[in-house]
Design a protein around this ligand. Structure first.
Ligand code: LLP
Length: 447
């Protein structure tokens, strides 16, 4: 049985740390996100240790999993935070995170958000346009403050990931190209309430190889060495290298942070800057699962078999919008989960060599109840035979799972559960029908 970052099968039962997933669900029902605290900490420590030589400030990317209790675990472990909205900033300030560990990115920060961040003295804005810089300068002047900023560079480097999660190519809305960056830096004195502290680069996510990071940082180095004069160069005290570090969604081996650090640190050293990083997915991605119950099974006369479960695209949208692959397996099963699971073609080839096993499996689509054809969580998978009422686990759902969930089809958002050793705690309660209409009901009688 594969060991899956604190989610393991023992005697045909899926455990999260020392707790049976079935026992958690008996208490909290389905669908439910279940996270392993020790998996989160293990991943945080792994990335911190890998990059230790560069002593980075590790700013956890809040958008990947913004639950207060999860952010608190990371704050207690020493993390800073990368936020992209006033709402995310509100969350981390609520936790009492020191503002000098908060960086704020995003192409469309509003004046209200900028003011809120300045009033709270955050460490740095990652600035994405000249207009934004002028706005931050104006607001800082009104508040009689100085805003620390890094310029987010768009280096036009392909990170070889999904087109919808690529951010550092010239066709993407993010960042500032080198020509405009040069102009801004040359004119920086005109922005009287701005303190230029660094350069920020984030290429996209997930990234499976170190090369794109290296190429981008080499471009930044060339820019610093060949374009900027000495005085301007000295202003660049920080290099923020963003996030994007991959996880394995299939069970295949992928490069771990050390492999990235080995290639990235030498280039960072050439830059001679202090380092900030913004990992999200690597820390929480494989530390969470989404647990769902089979509502119905269904076979068409064309021979297509569906497992209809009670989790849907509103709970986990990644498969619908990025064709993202998540492993799915029953919570209780005597069929071992394959070490590596990929497309059904790869599975089929392997099963042809192990005919005995194929009797236990059937080719299915695992779909949710939402009224959209794209509401399929797993397509064409060889899956153990299950019946109505059985539990299934959707793996690698800790990042961009709950945070991207919605109430589409007026479905309450799931609860979130945290496991620490043998302890189970609810870290977000399941929404109720009342929650769903709460902001609307009060207006009914006014009309
Ligand atoms: N820094 C910046 C500026 C970012 O935009 C992002 C992610 C990160 C850091 C963190 O990247 P990570 O280490 O988590 O890969 N919803 C998509 C991913 C969108 C990522 C957005 N930005 C998904 O589900 O795959």
């Amino acid at each position: 049985m594969p060991s899956f970052d604190f989610f393991n099968y023992q005697n045909n039962e899926l455990f999260c740390e020392q707790v049976k997933v079935k026992d958690i669900i008996e208490k909290v029902k389905t669908p439910a996100y279940v996270y392993s605290k020790n998996s989160i900490l293990k991943h945080f420590n792994e990335i911190r240790d890998a990059f230790a030589e560069a002593s980075p400030l590790i700013c956890f990317s809040v958008k990947s999993n913004s639950n207060l209790s999860i952010c608190k675990i990371l704050a207690d472990a020493g993390a800073g935070f990368d936020v992209v909205s006033g709402g995310e900033l509100y969350r981390v300030l609520k936790l009492g995170v020191s503002p000098d560990k908060i960086v704020f990115a995003g192409v469309g920060k509003t004046s209200e958000e900028i003011k809120y961040a300045l009033e709270n003295d955050i460490f740095m804005f990652n600035v994405e346009s000249q207009s934004e810089l002028a706005n931050i300068d104006r607001i800082a002047s009104d508040l009689n403050k100085t805003a620390r900023i890094a310029l987010r560079i768009n280096p036009d480097i392909d990170p070889n990931t999904h087109v919808k999660t690529t951010t550092g190519k010239k066709e993407n809305k993010f960042g500032i190209d080198f020509v405009i960056a040069e102009q801004i830096i040359k004119d920086i004195k005109n922005y009287r309430n701005i303190d230029l502290k660094g350069i920020h680069v984030h290429l996209g996510s997930p990234i499976y190889e170190p090369e794109p990071y290296v190429l981008a940082l080499e471009k930044v180095n060339k820019f610093l060495q060949e374009v900027l004069d000495d005085k301007d160069k000295q202003r660049i005290e920080y290099i923020n290298i963003g996030g994007g570090y991959c996880i394995s969604y299939t069970g295949e081996k992928v490069k771990r942070p050390l492999a990235f650090a080995t290639e990235i640190i030498p280039v960072v050293k050439k830059l001679g800057c202090k380092v900030i990083m913004e990992p999200g997915r690597f820390i929480v991605g494989n530390a969470g699962i989404l647990v769902s119950r089979v509502t119905y099974t269904k076979v068409s006369s064309w021979g297509k078999k569906y497992i209809i479960c009670d989790a849907a695209m509103n709970d986990l949208v990644r498969p619908s919008i990025y064709e993202a692959f998540h492993r799915v397996w029953p919570v209780n099963t005597d069929v071992p989960m394959p070490e590596v699971e990929m497309s059904y073609k790869v599975q089929s080839a392997r099963l042809n060599q192990q005919r005995d096993m194929s009797d236990e499996l059937e080719l299915v689509d695992i779909a949710g109840p939402v009224c959209e054809s794209s509401d399929v969580l797993a397509k064409e998978r060889w899956f153990p035979k299950v019946k109505e009422g059985d539990l299934i686990a959707i793996f690698s759902a800790g990042a961009y799972g709950f945070t991207m969930s919605s109430t589409y089809n007026t479905r309450p958002r799931t609860c979130e559960i945290l496991v620490d050793g043998g302890n189970i705690s609810t870290i977000r309660r399941r929404e109720t029908y009342e929650d769903l209409i709460a902001g609307e009901e009060e207006f009914l009688n006014e009309r």
